[in-house]
Design a protein. Sequence first.
Length: 93
Amino acid sequence: MRIVIGSAGPGRVVLVDVDVAAADDSPADETSGVLAKASADDLPALVARFAPERPRWVWRDTREWYPRLLDAGYESSASSICGCAARSSSSRR
């Protein structure tokens, strides 16, 4: 299972199961594979909810999401959080 953490608007977060979204035969829409939408402050609780399934966490910007998880006491080795920032070639140095 791969879960993407993304923005659902100002102060909001959405979790999407990429495998479900990719397997869905219907045209992509904003609900395809969505596991949860909530306040960004609820991200640690959402991670705790899905952590027993040991998903691979993926996000675009580590600086946006990872500090919230670290502040809540999560560490990559302890909680199976292994999301990584995808960078465009223009942001690499």
